[in-house]
Design a protein around this ligand. Structure first.
Ligand code: SF4
Ligand code: SF4
Length: 384
């Protein structure tokens, strides 16, 4: 076992990195009871907190990288311990010393790509808006109704580009005057921050904020709950405030205001998975369900661990870039939960969830029994 530095120095470094709240912990272990890791392997956030309190943290092991920042244990802790802050503080130390276990190394590659290209996926910045070729998407100009901040996965990933296209279809049919930033858009930085790369986060955030201000942006529409979270709750650290709307809220408003009319029936059994960063972190549970319920004949049913108890897909906290053995994937469990209630469609509203679910769908050979859809894809299907 390698520890980072003797005692008090470690404690000071963790305090400085933002994790001092661990001092409140009285080791009740409730965090371990609710943590999804303990459904697939032994993992103890309680132990991580205890080691941090004594300055005995191991930074060369994988455990400090496991937390998906799902938000379950902070919402349950009787002492208000901010477990995610402790994890991020330890990751900041590990990043500073460049200590990355093998399974975590892809996150370092993502960091390099963010620094050079503004996205974690190793694609060219110059190709950021290629997904919109052939679509009537404008570049954002001051005075437009809203900026559509597309996000990295929707811009580059072939599966997620379908969601961006569906979103544009909806916005255009509702007559929304919107634009995108194209190459001027950078990753929002939410997930790289949770891996401890604070400087990279701050650089991405500052560049985005400068672009928003230069372009006179007031309202920002996002498809990713991770963009939503950081714009709404973290960018205000830079003394700015923009109106941030998740696409589920905005599209629901379009329907309620009569700007968007859905046609036909969606005669399928659908279950909705609450992304951690939309639900637990931002309390948006109703809008996606109301949106799905506005679709004729769509039969929305709840699966186990829904809403506040939603089972994490495994992709938050930068885990989307790390290697997880198949037997330890939360997304496999989630698909089985959807199947157990007889769902034909697993709907959600997050690029990490969809990426993980699509992979599980292949691995579990569920292709013929369960579709994975973003809610905008379902709405888009109901427009013709
Ligand atoms: S739930 Fe809170 S008080 Fe209990 S062990 Fe976890 S961090 Fe400590
Ligand atoms: S935030 Fe979620 S993944 Fe992280 S330790 Fe708590 S329960 Fe586990």
């Amino acid at each position: 076992m390698e520890t980072i530095a003797p005692f008090i120095e470690v404690i000071d470094e963790i305090n400085e990195a933002g994790g001092e709240i661990y001092k409140l912990c009285f080791q009740c272990g409730l965090c371990d009871v609710v943590c999804p890791w303990n459904r697939v392997r032994n993992f103890s956030m309680r132990k991580i907190i205890r080691e941090a309190a004594f300055g005995l943290s191991e930074i060369d092991g994988e455990d400090i990288w496991r937390c998906t920042t799902c938000g379950s244990c902070p919402s349950q802790c009787p002492r208000g311990v901010k477990q995610i802050d402790v994890s991020v503080a330890l990751r900041r130390l590990a990043s500073e010393y460049e200590v990355f276990p093998a399974a975590v190394k892809p996150a370092r590659t993502a960091r390099a790509s963010l620094i050079s290209e503004g996205n974690p996926l190793q694609y060219d910045r110059a190709k950021r808006a290629d997904w919109a070729q052939g679509l009537a998407v404008k570049t954002y100009e001051e005075g437009m109704e809203a900026l559509y901040f597309v996000g990295c996965y929707f811009s580059y990933d072939p599966r997620m580009r379908k969601v961006a296209t569906a979103t544009v279809d909806i916005l255009e049919r509702a007559g929304v005057n919107f634009g995108i930033l194209g190459q001027k858009e950078n990753c929002c930085g939410e997930s790289i921050r949770k891996t401890g790369s604070e400087k990279v986060f701050r650089s991405l955030a500052k560049e985005n904020i400068k672009t928003f201000i230069d372009k006179g942006v007031k309202t920002i529409l996002v498809s990713s709950p991770h963009c939503y979270h950081t714009f709404k709750n973290e960018y205000p650290e830079f003394m700015v405030n923009f109106e941030i709307l998740h696409m589920s809220e905005f599209i629901l408003d379009l329907i309620r205001e009569g700007r968007l009319e859905l046609k036909g029936d969606y005669d399928k059994v659908v279950t909705y998975h609450d992304p951690c960063y939309l639900g637990r972190h931002n309390d948006i549970y109703d809008a996606p369900r109301d949106l799905l319920n506005s679709v004729s004949k769509l039969n929305l049913i709840e699966m186990a661990d829904s809403a506040k108890k939603s089972l994490c897909c495994g992709g938050g906290g930068g885990r989307i870039w790390m290697d997880t053995p198949q037997a330890e994937r939360f997304s496999d469990m989630r698909l089985k939960q959807a199947q157990a209630v007889g769902a034909q469609v697993l709907a959600t509203a997050c690029p990490y969830c969809i990426t993980n679910f699509e992979e599980s769908r292949l691995n579990l050979e569920f292709e013929d029994i369960l579709e994975v859809k973003d809610i905008t894809e379902i709405v888009s299907e109901m427009l013709t």
